[in-house]
Design a binder for this molecule. Structure first.
Ligand code: TYM
Length: 344
């Protein structure tokens, strides 16, 4: 082994990301991921998939899974992703993901996976009853990204550790197979006030589809009335909004609502505070409710429209899958050659 700096990847920039079809999408998914996809499609070649292989790491009803996949595709398009610009496809339709994932299973180290906090959270007290897939989940995620040689991965903050693992796998593969610069070391795109949206009932818990309280989250399919009611009921404190971001540090719920406002309005938290400092939640919440309804209600409306015509969604997914396969196949062929497989 030498200590030389890794050779830089020189291929074109490419965006890749995905969302699991394992339940209703919420404001956290929207701000942490979907709005970023929409923005990036205008700048960089963009691949966005529905992570159905990841979804089955926990039980999914086979009678519902295909429809859940259509729902995510509908959410992508409803939030602004253009199927003529971005490649939108189901992960399971491109077998190269699973094939590269196996090879990466032999590159990643057990010690690396043992450190993954999401597995610890999701497996809970009964680790031995979790699927093996839940444990190797981040390895498949690395394959998703690297089979397209993606350079930029827009995600929420909870995916940061998985992206670090992807970077480690890319670096080790390049090193072990003596292929400097073969895989890019992808950059996570996490920044911004929407990267970690918290529960509306508890500012210390992430907004999540698994929270038993529906009032903890705003779903993309919520009606305007639901959205306004949830913002109104959101937990807060009695103090007016402060002048500086530092003063929000000990006020998790206030900080979360300011962050949501900023992300929806395309502003920074400091800009929101400049407008609302000194005002109480009696003033701030109605403004936030109005902004949330204005931004999200049309997304839900468009989703319902798209889901009314599943054949159109299926055609988009089929065309996307074909384009994705064309992009993924050459990488896998090169990988097989590097690994030394017969016939490669
Ligand atoms: P998933 O389906 O759990 O979530 C989809 C995206 O939403 C983001 N997110 C949030 N962002 C801000 N605040 C929140 N409260 C919040 N909750 C969720 C997630 O960070 C994610 O970006 N492992 C991924 C799916 C995946 C993937 C990939 C992503 C599979 N392969 C390759 C990128 C690249 C996941 O479970 O996301």
């Amino acid at each position: 082994m030498t200590d030389q700096a890794p050779v830089a990847y020189t291929g074109p920039a490419r965006v890749l990301s995905g969302v699991q079809p394992s339940g209703a999408l919420h404001l956290g998914n929207y701000l942490g991921a979907l709005v970023k996809f929409t923005r990036l499609q205008h700048e960089i070649d963009t691949f966005i998939f529905v992570a159905d292989l990841h979804a089955i790491t926990v039980w999914q009803d086979p009678a519902a899974l295909a429809q859940q996949t259509r729902e995510i595709a509908a959410a992508y398009i409803a939030s602004g992703l253009d199927p003529d610009k971005a490649t939108i496809f189901p992960q399971s339709a491109v077998r190269e993901h699973a094939e590269l994932s196996w090879i990466f299973n032999c590159v990643a180290r057990l010690g690396w996976l043992d450190r993954m906090t999401q597995f610890k959270e999701k497996s809970g007290k009964h680790k031995e009853r979790s699927s093996v897939g839940l444990y190797t989940y981040p390895v498949l995620q690395a394959a998703d990204i690297l089979v397209y040689k993606a350079t930029h991965v827009p995600v929420g903050e909870d995916q940061k550790q998985h992206l670090e693992l992807t970077r480690d796998i890319a670096g080790k593969f390049n090193h072990d197979f003596n292929a400097p610069g073969f895989f890019p070391i992808p950059d996570p795109l996490i920044q911004g006030p929407g990267a970690r949206v918290m529960s509306l009932r508890d500012g210390s818990a992430k907004m999540s589809k698994s929270d038993p309280s529906d009032y903890s989250r705003i779903n993309l399919t919520d009606t305007a009335d639901d959205i306004a009611a949830k913002v109104k009921k959101a937990r807060t404190d009695p103090e007016p909004l402060p002048e500086t971001i530092e003063e929000l540090a000990t006020r998790a719920e206030a900080d979360n609502l300011v962050g949501i406002f900023a992300a929806l309005a395309g502003k920074t938290k400091a800009e929101v505070l400049a407008e609302y400092a000194g005002k109480g939640f009696g003033t701030f919440k109605p403004a936030l409710a109005e902004l949330a309804v204005e931004s999200l209600a049309p997304v839900g409306e468009r989703m319902r429209g798209l889901l009314g015509d599943p054949a159109v969604l299926d055609a988009i997914l089929a065309k996307g899958a074909e384009k994705a396969r064309e992009a993924a196949a050459p990488t896998l062929a090169e990988v097989k050659k590097l690994v030394g497989f017969w016939g490669a």
